[in-house]
Design a protein around this ligand. Structure first.
Ligand code: NAP
Length: 175
């Protein structure tokens, strides 16, 4: 059976995830919740994000890296050619959920198949960069909110919001 697909991202108030390289804010509490949610899990990442995260992975993480380079070496994980392949592999391994951790190209490819989103809405305006897909209220319902104020360790306030997809009649995410 195909696992659930969840996208995890931190997004600015104007809808961007990055200026083009790296994550544009330093939010230790958000980093901690990301590490906690992804601990020991199967992860879907774009090759550029995977390169940036070199050294971050721990035993138990299974990174599935989307790349057109089938010869890419992915210690502890695998290279995949599509979101569909990643879901199939995770499903065959008995995983109930695959976590998509970006970047922008992979969020765009994965969004149409996603069941849920865990979005850190950062109260910062980036003014441009790599976008996260639009989260329309027609398709996504917020089901959980955790707010975090700005403080000496966090230059920006943020809110982690979990969204579930509104399942419109006839919608088949596995198609
Ligand atoms: N704010 C956040 O939550 C967050 C989260 C993650 C990442 N980021 C940021 O996002 C940025 C990276 O995003 P990005 O969009 O530039 O790159 P990306 O999505 O991480 O990776 C892009 C790569 O994925 C592969 N790819 C994409 N579509 C494909 C397809 N249809 N079939 C096969 N392979 C495909 C290609 O790899 P090949 O070139 O190897 O073929 C492509 O170069 C970084 O700055 C990172 O820090 C932010």
């Amino acid at each position: 059976m195909s696992p659930r697909l969840t996208l995890i991202a931190a997004v600015s108030v104007d809808g961007f995830i990055s200026h083009g390289k790296g994550v544009p804010w330093e939010l230790p509490a958000d980093r901690a919740q990301f590490r906690e949610k992804t601990r020991g899990r199967w992860l879907l990442l774009g090759r550029r994000t995977y390169d940036e995260m070199t050294g971050w992975f721990r035993p138990g993480h299974v990174p599935l890296v989307l790349s057109r380079d089938a010869s890419l070496s992915v210690p502890g994980g695998r290279v995949v050619q599509s979101v569909h392949d990643a879901l199939r592999m995770a499903g065959q391994a008995g995983e109930h959920e695959l976590l998509c951790c970006g970047g922008a190209e992979v969020y765009a490819a994965a969004m149409p198949r996603a069941h849920s989103l865990v979005i850190t809405h950062v109260r910062q305006r980036l003014g441009g960069g790599l976008p996260f897909p639009v989260i329309s209220s027609r398709d996504w319902e917020p089901v959980l909110r955790q707010a975090h104020d700005a403080d000496p360790e966090h230059a920006f306030a943020f809110e982690v919001v979990t969204y579930q997809r509104v399942m419109h009649r006839g919608l088949d995410l596995a198609a």
